[in-house]
Ligand binder design. Structure first.
Ligand code: HAM
Length: 421
């Protein structure tokens, strides 16, 4: 019987990989321009890391994590990381990076795991490119991160996604807002879904983010968090907005944007696209000033983002479907002498960086030409006993079908000079 993959865990085939590589290469370029350095963190962490940072009452921690006991220590619960921020902050605290230099700009790329219901743009294993700026509480770094994302999307010619911005306040002003919202929600409890009603006491802000039509209607005139910001949070948020205006980055305010993770304070944001269906967020993030301390470090602020690579690739491929490219050169040989000449030549050309393909078993020239075509080879070098005797091989350009003879003596230099790749 065939063994199939796991629901929500997908393979990425070569036709698509090119877009992935483009997204990753461009991200590395932009992140290094903004002076972020790569960090590689484990995929598996202690469960407590996520429950303490993302929050016990979030969907992720309540029902979406892949959690299991360690094989020989069943008290130690482990979880496949559902996101990268917690792991980066854990590594920062554990290695005491801050002692040498508290300001660290770190980025990561890799798979994340959430047991959500799979649909377009939503997988159970998905990939993020994320960045975290630790040690800076000023609004300039919030703006820098938003500009980085703006530059990145623009470099990939993805100009359609739009930026939504909110401020969630801080430990000084959020409790008062939370109390006001809770009071409001208690009065509207009858209109809320079971899930929201169950958790309004513990996490009232989540009700603003609920997609149930009843909850959207019941909370339409809920108090706005932006109106309840303290002076320091307001000043911080005003500067972020001023910097965006001055640099020409369009945004809109969305005071209902709560985000699905509890560690946020002050600036939060989402970049959404109308071309992705209901899973519209391409990139999202915000500030998390209490997280380093919550994970056992000193009071050091942080801000960051993560973008979903699958969603980005959907947008890139809609823009310009990319085809997997074939080898630069296919060597079609006929006869044992042709083969014994072609095999070492292919090796020498590959050593020089040309991508070359050739058959291992004897085939007719016609069938080799068909194969070269199927592989999308850009040119074909043909060699058999006749060519070897005459001292000339034939090079065919597969795009314009033109053929030329190349002398055996300088075939290698001629092919390299032509850059058949
Ligand atoms: P998040 O909003 O949970 O934030 O995820 C960020 C992005 O990951 C989303 O906008 C989306 O593009 C992608 N994503 C999330 N879940 C899935 C899924 N099931 N399938 C496909 N793509 C998905 C975070 O993870 C935070 N750690 C971001 C952050 C970094 N905040 C501060 N620093």
């Amino acid at each position: 019987m065939k063994i199939t993959g796991i629901k929500g865990f997908s393979d990425v085939f070569p036709e698509e990989v090119e877009s992935w590589q483009l997204a990753e290469a461009e991200a590395r370029r932009i992140l290094s321009v903004y002076n972020f350095a790569e960090i590689r963190i484990p995929i598996l962490e202690k469960t407590e890391l996520f429950s303490r940072s993302i929050g016990e009452t979030t969907d992720i921690v309540e029902k979406e994590m892949y959690t299991f006991g360690d094989r020989d220590d069943n008290d130690a619960l482990l979880t496949l990381r559902p996101e990268g921020t917690a792991g980066v902050v854990r590594a920062y605290v554990e290695s005491e990076m801050y002692k040498f230099e508290p300001v660290r700009k770190l980025y990561y790329m890799g798979p994340m795991f959430r047991r959500e219901r799979p649909q377009k743009g939503r997988l159970r294993q998905f990939h993020q490119i994320g960045a975290e700026a630790l040690g800076r509480g000023d609004p300039f770094i919030d703006a820098e991160i938003l500009l980085l994302l703006h530059d990145y999307l623009e470099a990939l010619q993805l100009t359609e996604p739009s930026l939504q911005l909110n401020s969630l306040g801080c430990a000084d002003c959020r409790p008062a807002y939370r109390a006001r919202l809770l009071e409001f929600l208690r009065q509207r409890a009858a209109g809320l879904c079971d899930n929201c009603r169950r958790r309004i006491e513990r996490n009232p802000l989540r009700a603003l983010d609920c997609k149930e039509p009843g909850c959207i209607a019941a909370t339409a005139d809920a108090p706005s968090i932006i109106d309840g910001l303290c002076a320091a949070c307001r000043e911080h948020f005003d500067v972020v907005q001023r910097l965006l205006r001055e640099t020409g980055v369009a945004y809109s305010l969305n005071p209902r944007m709560v985000r699905g993770l509890d560690y946020y304070c002050r600036t939060t944001f989402e970049w959404t696209s109308t071309r992705l269906g209901s899973q519209s967020a391409v990139a999202a993030g915000g500030r998390y000033d209490g997280l380093v301390e919550a994970l056992g470090g000193p009071a050091i602020p942080g801000v960051g983002f993560a973008l979903g690579v699958e969603r980005l690739v959907l947008l890139l491929r809609a823009l310009e479907p990319r085809e997997a490219t074939g080898p630069g050169l296919f060597i079609a040989w006929v006869g044992v002498n042709g083969r014994d000449w072609a095999f070492p030549l292919a090796h020498r050309l590959r050593q020089k960086g040309l991508s070359v393909e050739l058959e291992g078993e004897a085939r007719s020239l016609k069938s080799q030409m068909r194969r070269a075509d199927k592989l999308k080879a850009r040119s074909v070098l043909m060699v058999g006993d006749d060519e070897l005797q005459k001292g000339k091989v034939i090079l065919r350009n597969m795009a314009n079908k033109q053929q030329e003879e190349i002398s055996l003596a300088n075939v290698e230099t001629a092919l390299l000079a032509k850059k058949v790749d």
